[in-house]
Design a binder for this molecule. Sequence first.
Ligand SMILES: Cc1cc2nc3c(=O)[nH]c(=O)nc-3n(C[C@H](O)[C@H](O)[C@H](O)COP(=O)(O)OP(=O)(O)OC[C@H]3O[C@@H](n4cnc5c(N)ncnc54)[C@H](O)[C@@H]3O)c2cc1C
Length: 306
Amino acid sequence: MESLMRNSLLFLSKNRMANRAAKKYGLRFGARRFVAGEQIADAIAAVRELNDAGIVATLDHLGEFILTEEEALESTQFCIRTLQEIEKSGVRSNLSLKMTQLGLDLSRELCMRNMRAILDTAAACGNFVRIDMEDYAHNEASLDIFSELREEYGDTVGLVIQAYLYKSADDIDNLHRFRPNLRLVKGAYKESPDVAYPNKEDVDRNFIHIIEQHLRNGDYAAIATHDDKIIQHVKQFIIEHNIPRSQFEFQMLYGIRTQAQRDLANEGYTMRIYVPFGNDWYGYFMRRLAERPANVGFVLKSLFKS
Ligand SMILES: Cc1cc2nc3c(=O)[nH]c(=O)nc-3n(C[C@H](O)[C@H](O)[C@H](O)COP(=O)(O)OP(=O)(O)OC[C@H]3O[C@@H](n4cnc5c(N)ncnc54)[C@H](O)[C@@H]3O)c2cc1C
């Protein structure tokens, strides 16, 4: 039942008509809990509040279904403005973005051009940009783009690796030559068992495996999870292997396990929250519901309240 619900929600997350309607009608159905607002100013205010609680952030200007060069350019301009607003306001945040948002499905060259414009701004501001990892169809292209940009921009750019893919441990070995800053996650998309572990236990096991692998390599890890078992394991592992706290950070999503976020920050760990904003919130919101169908109850309640 739960996997049926999850698959339906992931299916709906890709529905373009629903996405258009969502954009038109604004943040609804409880999405405000997971999305910081529609404007940059809303996002900066949310980050400031987190910073006041000793928590840092990564801002994500939501954007899905980019179909034209103009839309990719608009999205690029938004990313640049976001970096400028971070600098101007003095909040502690970097930026996360997706390659398809910058036009990867239209052409790799367009995407690279847009990404270089964003990284030039980030480098000038002394900030950092992380490439989110999307579905498997974009995996190799994202790795390849990261490798090229890492040569050019060094530590200004980072990537994400998903534990549910069979290939991820090999990818980490291949990337080690760059000493990369990687965000490690379980993985959020619906993938075929040809490329990804279908069972949660195997995903969790591989998650621990790649976290340990990357930390043992001496490279910087952003461990992005709400899973207490994984967090406890990491806390123990770093003590046993003398890994300094400066070599990793925990990350969680805006609006999820907010008390745990504060607790980890109070314990002295670097805690970074992924803060999405913008009017293109529909696909992101549906993926969060798919991760935890219990949240659907929360959404239904908010539907009847509004
Ligand atoms: C900062 C960040 C960035 C991410 N970037 C990417 C990316 O680039 N690409 C990608 O594919 N995926 C990304 N993800 C999503 C990730 O792959 C998982 O889908 C997501 O984090 C859920 O997995 P989990 O590790 O929290 O563990 P789960 O096993 O899903 O959850 C563990 C426990 O956490 C709590 N929890 C989990 N989700 C929720 C929720 N929605 N509401 C309330 N409680 C919850 C529950 O108590 C649950 O039992 C990112 C996640 C984070 C935190």
